[in-house]
Write a protein that binds this ligand. Sequence first.
Ligand SMILES: Cc1cc2nc3c(=O)[nH]c(=O)nc-3n(C[C@H](O)[C@H](O)[C@H](O)COP(=O)(O)O)c2cc1C
Length: 275
Amino acid sequence: MLEFSIDQNRCVQCGECATGCPMRVIAMGEEGFPVIANGREKFCLRCQHCLAICPVAALSILGRNPDDSLPLDNLPTDAQMEQLIRGRRTVRRYKKEAVEPEVLDRLLNVISSAPTGKNNMQTHFTVVDDPAVMDKVRNACMEAIRKAVAAGRTRERGAEFEAFLKLWDERGIDVIFRGAPHMIMASSPKSSPTPQADCLISLSYFELFANSIGLGTLWDGFAFWVMKGIAPELPGLLGIPDDHELGYVMLFGKPDETYHRCIQRDTLPVHRVSL
Ligand SMILES: Cc1cc2nc3c(=O)[nH]c(=O)nc-3n(C[C@H](O)[C@H](O)[C@H](O)COP(=O)(O)O)c2cc1C
């Protein structure tokens, strides 16, 4: 059931909803108002493009009232976006304190707007929101590495992980989680159309939005490698469903360091196709 309705007092019969529908689910009916095209309901991606494109907020789908939508009149400027993207840094020093629950809820809510393949919307977030739990995760991970090193399961990266353990044991330096108070892992059912891309896109959105509200983030390749490789029991222990592909691991929290300017990176190589 698409719960589709048109407020005929508002509709200006422009047909944008029908033209904008990627699956041709909407057509203009005989009376000039949009209708669900015969037999097309089952193809709806539930993307809500029709609701977003209507210039007069006359269209409701999936029971959503268009008047409840966030308006699109306050976008950041290109200069602001450029500063956000260029100014983002990997943060490796965090305050111990937790991010406020309402801030975290907002972040998690916002990233639900990240695109997913075929709008499958199955990306799943496993979050450590309590720094005390993060300490337990850190300990469990270190112990898993210790076992893997002892059993020679770290393959070619044994020396690197042995060095991490030594730093942890002897000096309390946490190279894997950088003392971060929080972690988010994105996973998606292996059966979904685009699990890897969906996870990486949602975490990229998470990172930028987190930066825009003053939080720091780190793409945690070491933790990902531990979970995918040397201690594959960890994702299950943390509650990631068995049938999911782990997309990536990201640390976040209030930064305990401040950057004052953007870095000056060289432009990456671009190949322009000419056929
Ligand atoms: C996929 C990925 C994995 C990463 N893994 C780690 C990691 O395990 N530990 C770490 O300290 N930094 C990690 N980084 C951060 C990179 O080292 C960092 O992005 C790079 O040095 C550039 O610095 P910047 O992010 O501040 O621009 C990772 C980054 C990416 C994109």
